[in-house]
Design a protein around this ligand. Structure first.
Ligand code: GLY
Length: 426
């Protein structure tokens, strides 16, 4: 079978890599892809929102399954319904189901309606009642732009001045456009975070291995937030009872109730959970594979990824039982100097083969080929993953591999999975 992956990041290279290893896959295309996806298949010069062109491509080329990586074509372009209307097999949720990621107020109201969250929150379209509410609640609190604001619409406010400024930026200055015309003000929850993802066909859920990512740019969780600087799986801080609660109470109920309400969730449902002193709470839902979670979770999948994704797309996930390795996976993201602020592009990358020879999997994110060289083309450039029998072994392998990788300004955190290594050695 031929497969098309839509997207161009580390998540998409990981999916392309895993699918290229399936005995049933004859060719993997990625649109638009990066220099890494071109190593395991072909790149197609189409953007993720060119839905009609993507559809024409799969029809012309006889692609059997299309896998949607990023959230934007799911939320904004209804790519899944449009593929299904053309009788094309596709992995991902409809736009109606993707509201779980695309609208924070939809999700908070859904969770509250079904008793799946204890946190307080309220939704506002105009600044004056929002200001009254934050004064009444006091800080700290979290204010979220309701819609998809490229991951920049969430603010943890520790002073009232910050809260009032954020309300102003969203509702008065309209800094986030339509995505910020409505805001959610909610309780600020504290505790370790983890990512619990499931495959679902709208009825059955199959858990993936849990993961924990690192959002801040600097060691010891300092500096500004990023798209993710590294990740590990499994998560020692997540005990089996808590994981079971998140899967069976929160995620399973969500899938059941979304189907009952006419918007079945299909594809990946990603729960960003926080382990508070009062028990686990949901921070957010995403309606697609996490990035960089995919770079540690999918390498731990021993079964054929195609079988799972195909079963999901065909509504027969109950027939599949994926196997996961117990080995520990660690991924360190290599970023461009300056990221998440301004950064340069076009710097040649050397040492990619040497890093793999040192035992790592090198997943490309912001890379492209130019004049026979792989060069930087984004903020997050590579995700370097290693598997080991312990976190100590995985960390050793991944950081040794990183010693081989060079480009001007290359930056990575040095403490990824250190806390998991310490927890494991106690
Ligand atoms: N790692 C967080 C995300 O994928 O949204």
């Amino acid at each position: 079978m031929r497969v098309l992956i839509v997207g161009s990041g580390g998540r998409e290279h990981t999916l392309a890599w895993a699918l290229s290893r399936s005995p049933a896959v004859t060719r993997v295309d990625t649109a638009p892809g990066n220099a890494g996806t071109a190593l395991v298949g072909e790149n197609v010069p189409l953007a993720v929102n060119q839905v009609d062109d993507l559809l024409a491509f799969v029809q012309r080329e006889g692609v059997g399954l299309t896998v949607i990586g990023p959230e934007r074509p799911l939320i904004h372009d209804a790519i899944v319904s449009r593929f299904r209307a053309a009788a094309q097999r596709v992995y991902g949720p409809t736009a109606a189901a993707a509201r779980l990621e695309g609208s924070k107020s939809f999700t908070d109201e859904f969770l509250a309606r079904h008793g799946l969250s204890r946190k307080w929150f309220d939704v506002f379209d105009s600044p004056s009642p929002a200001r009254d509410y934050v004064r009444q609640k006091g800080v700290p609190l979290v204010i979220k732009a309701d819609g998809d604001a490229f991951g920049k619409g969430v603010k943890v406010c520790v002073t009232l001045a910050e809260a009032e400024d954020w309300i102003d930026r969203c509702l008065v200055q309209k800094e986030f456009g339509a995505a910020g015309e409505r805001i959610v003000v909610e309780e600020c929850l504290v505790g370790p975070e983890c990512s619990v993802q499931v495959f679902t066909d709208g009825e059955t859920i199959l858990p993936m291995a849990p993961a924990q990512d690192y959002k801040r740019i600097g060691d010891n969780d300092t500096g500004p937030n990023t798209g993710g600087m590294g990740c590990y799986s499994p998560v020692p801080a997540l005990d089996p009872e808590t994981l079971d609660y998140i899967l069976q109470q929160v995620i399973r109920t969500t899938v059941t109730k979304m189907a009952e309400e006419g918007s079945p969730v299909t594809g990946t449902l990603y729960a960003g959970a926080i382990l508070t002193d009062h028990g686990p709470e949901l921070l957010e839902y995403n309606c697609r594979f996490g990035d960089p979670e995919t770079q540690v979770v999918i390498p731990r999948l021993e079964s054929d990824l195609l079988e799972v994704l195909q079963a999901c797309a065909e509504g027969r996930l109950s027939e599949v039982t994926p196997r996961w390795t117990d080995r520990r996976a660690v991924c360190v993201v290599v970023a461009a100097g300056g990221y998440p602020g301004d950064y340069e592009k076009g710097h040649p990358i050397v040492g990619l083969e040497e890093a793999e020879a040192a035992g790592a999997l090198v997943f490309h994110a912001g890379t492209k080929s130019a004049d026979g060289q792989v060069v930087t083309a984004g903020g997050r450039i590579l995700g370097v993953t290693a598997l080991g029998d312990s976190f100590a072994e995985s960390r050793r392998t991944v950081y040794r591999a990183l010693d081989h990788l060079h480009f001007e300004g290359a930056y990575w955190r040095t403490d990824i999975a250190l806390r998991a290594e310490q927890a494991e050695s106690r």
